[in-house]
Design a protein around this ligand. Structure first.
Ligand code: 6GU
Length: 227
């Protein structure tokens, strides 16, 4: 898979993609993440990418000329399965969308900034609009990083233990069970005996019960969709 991300502050995301699982996923060739600075596509001398909103108010708006130039350049190099605009008024991102997008070959994400982007970009270039929740961030960069992370960890081979993404919270609409590591006892706080018992079938059953109980207590809404 390849993910291209367009932003006016690509540096915000550099370190995020250069560490841990996302770094290893790229090094192992499972995914290529390429950050693009929108300013590099500006036709203005001052590398300006935004302008005042027609009609006044609303702050600065990212203009269509620079964005069109950038997207068309990238499209001339490969075709994209989705061109996603990261925006708080988009469709709310969840595990199901992460699963869907993880099956694609090439994704292009456009991060908004300032007061948004010219509506004509959304109408004519964007195929999907995604939000990561009901709150407003200063730009789409963190949201793009969140979505890319959720997608990349699903790609075969990215996680060491192939089954590990399957047992994530939300993957089957249940929250994950509690986990423990050594020591088995710390200042009188003990790990549940069953996890030390070596009875694999009982442990699987215990974890499932814990998942159900935890989901009931914390996110009963998920149980409606439990599969
Ligand atoms: Cl995708 N962008 C911004 N700016 N704020 C958000 C968001 C995206 N998702 C939630 N809040």
């Amino acid at each position: 898979m390849r993910i291209d991300i367009i932003s006016v502050v690509p540096k915000l995301m550099e370190s995020f993609f250069a560490h841990s699982i996302l770094k290893r996923g790229q090094e192992a060739g499972h995914v290529q993440v390429v950050l693009h600075d929108l300013r590099d596509y500006s036709i203005q001398k001052q590398k300006q990418v935004d302008d005042y909103a027609f009609g006044g108010g609303a702050g600065m708006v990212l203009g269509i000329e620079t964005i069109a130039r950038c997207i068309r350049q990238l499209q001339s190099e490969r075709s994209y399965d989705e061109i996603i605009y990261m925006t708080p008024d988009g469709e709310r991102f969840d595990q199901k969308i992460a699963n869907q997008l993880s099956l694609k070959g090439n994704l292009l994400m456009l991060c908004g900034h300032y007061k948004g982007i010219d509506e004509r970009v959304r109408e004519h270039f964007i195929t999907r609009e995604i939000s990561i929740g009901d709150y407003v961030l200063s730009g789409g960069e963190l949201a793009a990083a969140v979505c890319a992370d959720a997608i990349i960890r699903l790609l075969p081979g990215v996680l060491n233990d192939e089954t590990s993404a399957l047992t994530d919270s939300f993957q089957d609409n249940l929250l994950a069970p509690p986990v423990y590591t050594r020591p088995a006892e710390f200042e009188g706080m003990r790990v549940p005996d069953i996890l030390l018992s070596g009875h694999e079938a009982n442990i699987i059953e215990w974890r499932f019960e814990q998942s159900i109980a935890r989901t009931k207590a914390r996110r009963p809404d998920l149980l409606d969709n439990y599969q």
